[in-house]
Design a protein around this ligand. Sequence first.
Ligand SMILES: [Zn+2]
Length: 252
Amino acid sequence: MLLADLTSPQVRDLDKNLPVLIPIAAHEQHGAHLPLFTDSYLLGEIVRRTEATRSAEVLITPLQWLGNSHHHRDFPGALSAQPRMYLDLLQGMVNNLLDDGFHRILILNGHGGNDIPGQQAMFEIRQQQRQRSDLLLLFSSYWKLRPTEVESARGFQQTEMGHACEWETSMMLQIAPHLVGNYREATAVEPNGSFLPAYRAWVTQDRSAVGHIGCPAFASSEKGEYLFTLFATGVAALIDRMLCWNGHSWRD
Ligand SMILES: [Zn+2]
């Protein structure tokens, strides 16, 4: 069910063991062929499918579209929260829900730049509430929840998520083809790491002059539908595990 559509008395009367899903995404450049709101459109579709199959089993907050996107600010149009403010924003939302009595909470992410602040937000809340044993504070990006790897027989060039890539372009072709530009002539940009396995801080211009990372030219709406099904299945499975958790143990 959608939190935004409930009344306050309805929220008061909900079973507080209900899992809560907080979707977070971004508004940032996605190369020359995808719109700025791509991450929010894609996560919105996965949330829509989750709500359709698990309506009674999960409470979903409105999607938080403002993300941690400073590494995309070398292209026009990105709207990005200051990183430390973003951490406070996420903690504020989770703490509001804890104050209302909910304690099984999943931040579901749709943008790579939110990974570190999202996990840090949950880490800090757990430390602040370390006397409690009833908290389930989870964070995951949706593409990491896929129950299987993508089937190469379907013609996928990529085995991992990139940026404005084969995967994201395919999903946009499936839900909003009118917003997809000329992806067929987009040259492949390898995700090449640098100084691996160390983490090297980066801005997008370091890695891609055109803004995308991956192989958008291989995108198709059929691949997009396949990916949405795969990712939504993974999200639903995690919600089921949250529901089955006994309420106190470390193991699920
Ligand atoms: Zn994206």
